[in-house]
Ligand binder design. Sequence first.
Ligand SMILES: Cc1ncc(C[n+]2csc(CCOP(=O)(O)OP(=O)(O)O)c2C)c(N)n1
Ligand SMILES: [Mg+2]
Length: 323
Amino acid sequence: MASVDILEMYREMLLIRRFEEAAAQGYAYGKIGGFCHLYSGEEAIAVGAIRAIQPDDDVISHYRDHGYALARGMSARSVMAELYGKATGCCGGRGGSMHLADVGRHFWGGHAIVAAHLPISVGMAFARKKQGKQQVVLDFFGDGATHNGYTHEAMNLAGLWKLPVIFIVEDNQYGMGTALARAAAEADIVKRGAAYAIPSRRVDGGDPCAVLDAVADAAGLARRGDGPSLLVCNTYRLRGHSMADPEAYRSREEVASHRQHDPLLLLAARLKESGRADDRALAEIDTAVDRVVADAVRFAEESPEPSPDTLMQGIYAEPVGRR
Ligand SMILES: Cc1ncc(C[n+]2csc(CCOP(=O)(O)OP(=O)(O)O)c2C)c(N)n1
Ligand SMILES: [Mg+2]
């Protein structure tokens, strides 16, 4: 892999991390409302996976979605403004943190109901197949979502009809405060693919290169007409489930041990060891990323609230009554 790609992936991961830190601050100051789920620690999955696909492939996800939006190339300004509920946000300030979307970038959101987007991604993949198109659909969700009934219905149809969808499970070991082993009869999620004849594998979700390779292989299968894949990425969320989480279900020692294997630190060390970047190059990336995030916060703060007149309007549709 070209060193420029790895450096660029590092930059994207750092952007997501710093963005999340700024979002946490905005939330603490009461500037961001509603639910807000941070992606800190899981960045390598969005960055590696989205880099492996084409701009006209489709991406859809659960509510922990800031990272996918940024990795898909949405501006930090439009995402932060959406979190702030401002008119300049990607959804006009009416979606908020859990409902980011950008139709032009084939990013279909951001879904608050656990696993509800799986039948949608399978429907999209069905449409692509019927249209004879080569595009694939990437669907990101958590380990907790794999227990929902419609996850199984969706995977069954995807396997049966060999649909071009890649299911990416972010196995961060918890669904809210419930450990995976307390919620799953079979905690090895990889094994679930066999029930639906879906090729499945575990991936190191802390390594963007491993994720990129796995998704590139899966996309190759899907484009050849060989159907879906299930990629179960090991990961760990370094923050609470959402902004109000006392984290009584896990020990400080557990979190501290994962912080020692923070994917960002590991990637920085790898870049230095391989001679692809030195301290100065990494510091420059750091400064540039901080500038982008500070600009996004300023933009969100200075942006106007959505006008009440637009409340009943679709964002991409003509105003109601004029259609
Ligand atoms: C159908 C449904 N049930 C319950 C909830 C409440 N809920 C929100 S997030 C969540 C945990 C999901 O965990 P997981 O899929 O592992 O994703 P993670 O938050 O760990 O990224 C639950 C139960 C919901 N939003 N939708
Ligand atoms: Mg989880």
